[in-house]
Design a protein around this ligand. Structure first.
Ligand code: IMP
Length: 194
């Protein structure tokens, strides 16, 4: 079994990735390798931020690793909140962040948006990126109680309910994160065959 460090301590993300990747790889958290640092995320793109995480881990711990960065891109807001999704209003309060998106979209006709995830992988010194996106639109008011982040205001194309009105299982089949993780898993399975 090969060890692969995931630049996160989010147990839910770890479990999800481990389940998709299978048991040929042991996915370790930052805690597992004794990393308690606040890894910088100062990039202007999801790719830059994901790369920062793996560069940091590789330079400090010399481990095979991957890291992700995600967020919401709203077309009429020139791609905002983007890399600032977690703190768009200046705080991590998601109620305020959602209010700000709704306020800035109030007089806009185009409400198209997408969630995106970029994963950076550093394996045997080789750098790869995997991307997942789900297209949809921002509705006028919150709907639904499940999920997190901007889920209550995002309806994916082909659906008539928000991410926050879906079960975790239903969302995880189509989410940006699931698409990116699936690509990572496919790549890792190929690596094992080499
Ligand atoms: P992270 O890079 O996965 O931590 O995501 C950064 C921020 O993007 C989160 O704090 C959320 O505000 C937003 N975000 C990412 N993925 C989702 C999602 O699946 N639903 C809702 N919001 C999300």
């Amino acid at each position: 079994m090969l060890d692969l460090v995931f630049a996160t301590n989010n147990a839910h993300k770890l479990e999800e990735v481990q389940a998709i990747v299978g048991d040929s790889f042991r996915i370790k958290s930052l805690d597992d390798i004794g990393c308690h640092d606040d890894i910088p995320e100062t990039g202007h793109t999801f790719r830059d931020n994901a790369r920062q995480k793996t560069d940091y881990l590789f330079s400090k711990y010399n481990v095979d690793c991957f890291g992700d960065d995600s967020g919401l891109e709203v077309d009429a807001l020139n791609g905002e909140p983007g890399v600032y999704s977690a703190r768009y209003s200046g705080s991590r309060d998601m109620e305020k962040n959602i209010d700000l998106v709704l306020e800035r979209l109030a007089r806009k006709e185009d409400r198209t948006a997408r969630f995106k995830t970029v994963i950076s992988l550093l394996l045997n010194g080789e750098q790869c990126f995997f991307e997942g996106a789900i297209e949809g639109r921002i509705i006028m008011e919150r709907q639904g109680e499940q999920g997190f982040g901007y889920d209550p205001i995002f309806i994916p194309n082909g659906y008539d309910k928000t991410f926050a009105e879906m079960s975790a299982e239903e969302k995880n089949k189509i989410s940006h994160r699931a698409v990116a993780v699936q690509q990572l898993a496919t790549f890792l399975k190929e690596v094992l065959k080499r």
